[in-house]
Write a protein that binds this ligand. Structure first.
Ligand SMILES: [Zn+2]
Length: 127
């Protein structure tokens, strides 16, 4: 079955997204912002927050459409807010564990929740 949005749904989503982009623009370039965001860290933090929010919204809206067909990856769900986590594969440092048989290193999958600005580890599908 081909899934697609109706014209009305598309228009509504686009409006909502454009509103977010507009708000983000104001938070970055609106009156007083050039002076308020002086340092690299301030700029980076503000821009990151805007992008995270838009990313989160995009993911939620997209995943909403999967819910009927049960395609949601439960391991991606943020345990704090129920939002959708972003994969942090690039940050998966191998960790060493020293056991009785010597040391083992393994990679642990982790996700980042843009809304909570927290990293979490999947606990697997809920029983
Ligand atoms: Zn969260």
């Amino acid at each position: 079955m081909v899934r697609q949005l109706s014209l009305e749904e598309k228009a509504a989503l686009k409006m909502e997204l454009f509103q977010k982009v507009e708000n983000g623009f104001e938070q970055m370039f609106g009156d007083g912002k050039l002076d308020a965001l002086r340092t690299f860290v301030q700029k980076d933090d503000q821009a990151g927050q805007i992008v995270d929010e838009i990313w989160q919204w995009m993911m939620e809206k997209h995943i909403e459409k999967d819910e009927q067909t049960d395609l949601v990856e439960t391991k991606r769900m943020c345990p704090f807010c129920g939002g959708i986590g972003k994969s942090r594969e690039e940050d998966n440092d191998p960790r060493g564990i020293v056991g009785t048989q010597g040391s083992v290193s393994f990679k642990r999958e982790s996700f980042y929740c843009g809304r909570c600005r927290k990293v979490f580890f999947p606990s697997g599908p809920k029983a």
